[in-house]
Design a protein around this ligand. Structure first.
Ligand SMILES: [Zn+2]
Length: 265
């Protein structure tokens, strides 16, 4: 009975629209570099069925996901409708956050700059650091008790209980979970979550005069420049060092500028 109901619901106009929204959010997150390989998931509760969810499938890169790829699952992660299998562990975090924290849309990512902050002593972003960070003031929780990969429901339940109503939770040594009442609201927060994290991680220019709060910046090495954004002055040898695609001889721009545009990986 449930399988017939699930199939009918899955192909309804409302579900097609919701699947398209979730797929678009995944592709947009991939476009902005907020994903990691084929890991991590976005899920959204089915309206009127709080025990059923839409989820991205196993093995597809976020940039590849279309509405027809999204699958319908139950709270235990069993596929009710859809063309793909799901990652068995996906619902260990998502299921608990939906059920315990009462969030309709849950986006879990290992996006690089926000995840870098989870490696610090504070584990999270100071929400008083910038205008964009301030939009999260009072909406962020920290779960510092990382116990390894989420291989059972206990990890997700601890994360969900640590949220205490927050929309964003930083997972120590792990990543972030961003939640919202709707897919577009959650994605908007996910996007603006990444920007202040990037500013927090990026060191000030050498010799620049720092504001008070910048004095607390960690003395870490700067992140390697992206191959897509390499524009530093260098010799061809140094250029090879700063561009990941270093095995190739790269065209040089004027006056020793690295004018190469790296192939995206
Ligand atoms: Zn994770």
């Amino acid at each position: 009975m449930d399988s017939t109901l699930a199939a009918d619901l899955f192909h309804s106009a409302g579900m097609r629209s919701l699947r398209a929204d979730l797929a678009l959010a995944l592709r947009a997150a991939a476009h902005h570099g907020l994903g990691e390989g084929v890991c991590n998931h976005f899920s959204v509760e089915v309206p009127g069925r709080p025990d059923w969810f839409l989820l991205n499938p196993r093995g597809l890169h976020w940039s590849e996901v279309r509405g027809e790829d999204i699958v319908l699952i139950d709270a235990e992660g069993r596929v009710l409708a859809g063309a793909h299998p799901v990652e068995p562990t996906a619902m260990f975090i998502h299921g608990a956050v939906h059920r315990i924290a009462g969030k309709a849309c849950v986006m879990h990512t290992h996006m690089p700059y926000a995840t870098a902050l989870t490696l610090t002593a504070a584990r999270a972003l100071d929400t008083t650091l910038s205008q964009n960070a301030m939009r999260f003031h009072g909406r962020v929780a920290v779960d510092a008790a990382y116990n390894g990969l989420a291989l059972d429901a206990g990890e997700g339940e601890r994360i969900a209980r640590a949220m205490h109503g927050a929309d964003v939770v930083f997972l120590g040594n792990h990543g972030v979970v961003v939640c919202g009442a709707r897919v577009d609201h959650a994605f908007d927060d996910l996007y603006y979550r990444s920007a202040p994290a990037w500013r927090r991680c990026w060191p000030p220019p050498p010799g620049s005069r720092c504001c008070r709060w910048r004095r607390s910046w960690p003395r870490a090495s700067p992140p390697r420049p992206s191959a897509n954004a390499c524009s530093r002055s260098c010799s061809s040898k140094a250029c090879a060092g700063c561009c990941p695609d270093s095995g190739r001889r790269r065209p040089r721009g004027r006056a020793g500028q690295c004018g190469a545009v790296g192939r995206r990986r």
